[in-house]
Design a binder for this molecule. Structure first.
Ligand SMILES: [Cu+2]
Length: 302
């Protein structure tokens, strides 16, 4: 049996380094006979501003002759003059996973596109020194993990479950995946679509501690403490009950963290009540639709 070189603490908690940024504003400039850049890749929630540099233009969403009633229909999303009197136009995109065309109706040969990424991410785990680094990784449904075998590293496996785990459960060895991690197969990527705490291990080295864990969190709506899909006074009551009446710890503490400061406290209930009854600010993302929380904090949604 191969001798283990290193033992790594198993429960080293890892906070995501791939934090989703704040919304970005992107710029496209209209010159007399072109606009630049002609295409952009943006994140949902980002905005694009088209600026006038020269010429007389009619910025139009869609494609020339696009099918009526679809996002390709000219002007379906927006139509705005871009000229010396109307020097800029801004639109915010939240159509995840979609490519949206635009063109100049005054010169339909000028076409461009905005691609809005979906909100899933790919996280890397290094296979190095007889260990998976980070040992524990927290992701959300729809995210992927990529195990990267570092050069000169020994032959390992990335095997779901635990050694000798019960058949028919996620602990069963290899139920979801059983891949070699070697110089010949240096990258293994897997997309997780269901919330769970998934242990995994290296077949040759689990006995010396080469094990890891992927925590796949449930997508949620911030403020939806009782997980019924809507924000009501019941959600504020659920926060107060958890804090002051000793009700069981909710599975999705992230949903109770209305102000997203990484802790659940009375301020979250007050903020939620303010939103519901006195037109205070809405909860931050994920809201109003379900989504991941990319803020690095210790709260989980299970
Ligand atoms: Cu190994």
């Amino acid at each position: 049996m191969r001798k283990c070189l290193l033992l790594i603490p198993v429960f080293l908690l890892f906070n995501s380094t791939a934090v989703m940024g704040q919304p970005t504003n992107h710029v496209i400039n209209f010159f007399d006979s072109a606009f630049l850049p002609t295409s952009l890749i943006i994140e949902a929630g980002d905005s694009v501003t088209w600026n006038h540099i020269a010429g007389t233009h009619q910025l139009t969403s869609g494609v020339p002759g696009g099918t009526p009633g679809t996002i390709e229909e000219p002007g379906f999303l927006f139509s705005a003059p871009i000229d010396s009197q109307n020097p800029s136009f801004t639109y915010t995109f939240d159509q995840q996973g979609t490519t949206i065309g635009f063109f100049d109706a005054n010169n339909p040969g000028l076409v461009g596109s905005i691609t809005v990424l979906d909100d899933t991410l790919v996280f890397d785990v290094s296979v190095v020194d007889n260990a998976y680094i980070p040992v524990v990784i927290e992701i959300f449904e729809g995210d992927s993990v990529r195990w990267v075998h570092e050069p000169m590293e020994a032959f390992h496996t990335v095997t779901s479950g635990v050694p000798g785990g019960p058949t028919g459960t996620i602990e069963e060895p290899g139920l979801l995946f059983d891949e070699e991690s070697s110089d010949l197969n240096p990258i293994f990527q897997y997309t997780f679509n269901n919330p769970m705490d998934l242990p995994y291990f290296c077949v040759p080295h689990s006995n010396c501690g080469m094990i890891g864990e992927v925590i796949i969190q449930d997508r949620f709506i911030r403020g939806d403490s009782d997980r019924d899909g809507a924000l009501t006074i019941g959600d504020a009551i659920a926060i107060l009950s958890y804090l002051f009446q000793g009700t069981a710890t909710p599975d999705c503490l992230d949903a109770l963290d209305v102000v997203d400061d990484g802790a659940v406290n009375i301020g979250d209930a007050i903020s939620l009540l303010g939103y519901l009854f006195s037109s205070a600010a809405a909860p931050v993302a994920p809201f109003p639709n379900e989504g991941p929380d990319r803020t690095a904090d210790s709260l989980l949604c299970r």
